[in-house]
Design a protein around this ligand. Sequence first.
Ligand SMILES: Cc1cc2nc3c(=O)[nH]c(=O)nc-3n(C[C@H](O)[C@H](O)[C@H](O)COP(=O)(O)O)c2cc1C
Length: 191
Amino acid sequence: MSKKSLGNKSCLYPYPVTILGANVNGKANFMTLAFIGIVNANPGMVAFGCNKRHYTNGGIKENLTFSINIPSKNMIKAVDYIGCVSGEKTDKSGLFKIFYGKLDTAPMVDDCPLCLECKVLKILDLGGFDDIVIGEIVECYCEENCLSSNNLPDIEKLQPYMLSMYENRYFSLGEYLGKAWNIGLNYTAEK
Ligand SMILES: Cc1cc2nc3c(=O)[nH]c(=O)nc-3n(C[C@H](O)[C@H](O)[C@H](O)COP(=O)(O)O)c2cc1C
């Protein structure tokens, strides 16, 4: 192996492509969000970076609620669009069919097969461009035809897609490789 140093680059590949939803001044607004991950399993928590200047950011601070929606690859153009224009100048509230859940102020995208309704636990300003928002998942909604036989989201049916950040390229899900917490159980390093 021969590694080249690239400096401080946010290369945690791949990035999931999601939609962040929040009410801003009483109206739903949505933006593309890729700097996000699960940071606690039980209770389920997410953490993400949201630029301090984004319109959606104001709505998160206003209501302390938000949604994370997982789009299917067939929504790629609409999802790219909401990542190119700001709710400050363009009303994005009519782009999707919206529904609300338990929190009343976290708009979710009905067109997305999987939606997470969340409340803010903490917002951190560590001096960068982004606020780091940590939230708890209050409820999770999955389209029935995207569930597996054990009533959990089936990733192949969801058809999520990913971002390759610095190349600005989207990719769909690859092939199934094996069972997690299982395939490596009897692994020994080859000599
Ligand atoms: C693929 C993609 C991923 C993005 N990921 C993020 C992100 O993780 N955090 C962020 O602050 N902005 C991200 N953006 C940029 C915002 O989605 C974009 O600036 C949006 O227009 C902000 O909308 P708003 O001003 O209505 O909130 C991303 C944009 C694209 C196209």
